[in-house]
Design a protein. Structure first.
Length: 275
């Protein structure tokens, strides 16, 4: 499982986050975008080293980059003075990598942060790169594009569900299940709006395919997340963490996040350079 999780997190650090930052309407992020490889490459390298001082130092370098990114959230809030759903989603995306980085530093040092096991800390890292950053970002983009109550619901429920899942770590499995339900509702709404409204617009075929794949994958991956959370809370049979990493984790990383950011990047480029 550690190899697969390492590959997924590497994709998040080196591809998903920098590509996602380019989709944000935030000129003040230019410096962070340019400097991101200086933080992300050490972060990716630390994933493949044994736990210890070197891995921890490299993880700390990545944490510094995510902290600089997170500092843009309060600055953006002060500038926009907006609590619109799309803004809430963007703010969540800005802060989420720092949560992942905190878990990464603890896991690479072998420290059971807040008493959590190292396996849970290791899985927290991809969760907040993909559910926290990528999913919130895409929900915000959908909300800005589709002017419907369902889009506003998605842009709020994805951040809320991510937060509830985090709180569930500290409370109990039932609280985590509640977070999974809210997050799944938001992600399925994102999938529906992506399929029905965004993908069916007059876009080129590769963009429509990428959007359709990202929407379809969410249906399956979030169903897996629900089954796991329900099993943890009730004791019913459910996939183990290795199986979840290979299905839910890999599907969200490649099928949803990568396809979604590539599609939205194409949409942005087509808007800036119309034929």
């Amino acid at each position: 499982m550690s190899v697969l999780v390492g590959l997924i997190v590497t994709l998040g650090m080196l591809v998903i986050v920098p590509a996602g930052l380019r989709l944000m309407d935030a000129p003040d992020l230019t410096a962070v975008r340019r400097l991101w490889p200086l933080f992300a490459v050490p972060g990716a390298v630390c994933l493949w080293l044994p736990r210890g001082a070197t891995a921890t130092a490299l993880a700390g370098c990545y944490a510094l980059g995510t902290a600089l990114l997170a500092l843009h959230a309060p600055r953006r809030l002060l500038r926009t003075r907006s609590a619109a759903p799309a803004e809430v989603a963007v703010l969540t995306a800005l802060v989420s990598p720092s949560v992942a980085a905190l878990a990464l530093v603890a896991e690479r040092s072998g420290h059971r942060l807040f008493g959590f096991g190292l396996d849970i800390l290791a899985l927290t890292v991809p969760h907040f790169h993909f559910a926290g950053f990528a999913a919130a970002l895409v929900a915000g983009l959908v909300c800005r594009t589709v002017d419907r109550p369902a889009a506003r619901f998605a842009a709020l429920s994805v951040p809320l569900g991510t937060l509830l899942v985090l709180l569930g770590y500290f409370l109990d499995d039932w609280a985590e299940l509640a977070g999974a339900v809210v997050l799944t509702a938001g992600m399925w709404t994102v999938a529906l709006l992506t399929w029905r409204d965004v993908a069916r617009a007059r876009h080129d075929r590769p963009t429509r395919v990428l959007l359709a794949v990202s929407a379809a994958v969410l249906v399956a991956t979030m169903l897996l997340a629900l089954s796991w959370a329900l099993g943890e809370a009730t004791g019913l049979p459910h996939p183990d963490l290795t199986w979840m990493a290979a299905t839910h984790g890999l599907g969200n990383a490649l099928g949803f996040a990568l396809c979604a950011v590539l599609a939205w990047r194409r949409l942005r480029e087509n808007e800036e350079n119309p034929a």
